[in-house]
Design a protein around this ligand. Structure first.
Ligand code: ATP
Ligand code: MG
Length: 180
């Protein structure tokens, strides 16, 4: 029995509401398939199919090795993968706290490896996915036009999510939290 799990920084409601308002003020709508606000998060480590032993090992590892203090998270404006002129993912970037997010992600990576997952081969780039775009589209104008999202939040935990993939997109459910 496996579950589809991933580790992420969850957004507090104030940021969720603030970002929804910011997006409607600064755009006429996002291109592609926007991620619903309830699903917004910063992925730290996607685990994929995970059994109960692996899940417990990941949580134990994080409990033991996440020694960072809570920190302040701030944001930039928009960016895109793989590049704004041919975007498939439109995201909001991380400003203040990006070094800390990278440290937390590195511990999550070690936790995953200790539970037997294959190492992630792509470099970590913290981002909040706002929309997925098919076919690839030029969003350079939008990326240029939208300024930084000004709100900040305290990050004081890592959240383990279960993802249910459905016809209407993914639904996420909190499985557990590890406090910083
Ligand atoms: P859907 O796949 O239906 O578009 P989703 O991508 O939101 O929905 P999941 O595929 O379960 O849902 O992914 C959960 C989170 O993990 C998302 O932030 C997603 O971008 C990220 N993710 C998924 N697969 C990978 C992967 N192979 N490597 C890195 N991150 C991933
Ligand atoms: Mg996916």
């Amino acid at each position: 029995m496996t579950e589809r799990l991933f580790l992420a920084v969850a957004l507090i409601d104030e940021i969720r509401h603030g970002l929804a308002a910011f997006l409607s003020d600064s755009t006429t709508g996002l291109p592609g398939r926007p991620v619903p606000p309830d699903n917004w998060h910063l992925t730290l480590r996607f685990l994929g199919p995970t059994d109960a032993l692996q899940r417990d090992r990941v949580l134990e590892f994080l409990d033991e090795h996440l020694v960072l203090e809570p920190f302040t998270l701030g944001f930039t404006g928009f960016g895109a993968f793989p590049k704004p002129s041919r975007a498939t993912v439109l995201w909001l970037g991380v400003g203040r706290g990006s070094d800390e997010v990278a440290v937390v992600a590195a511990v999550c990576e070690q936790a995953a490896i200790s539970a037997g997952f294959q190492p992630e081969d792509r470099p970590f780039h913290s981002h909040l996915t706002l929309s997925r775009i098919r076919p690839p589209t030029n969003v350079a104008g939008l990326v240029e036009q939208v300024g930084p999202f000004p709100l900040r939040m305290q990050v004081d935990r890592v959240t383990l999510y279960r993802s249910h993939l459905g016809r209407d997109g993914a639904a996420y459910e909190i499985v557990d939290e590890v406090l910083l």
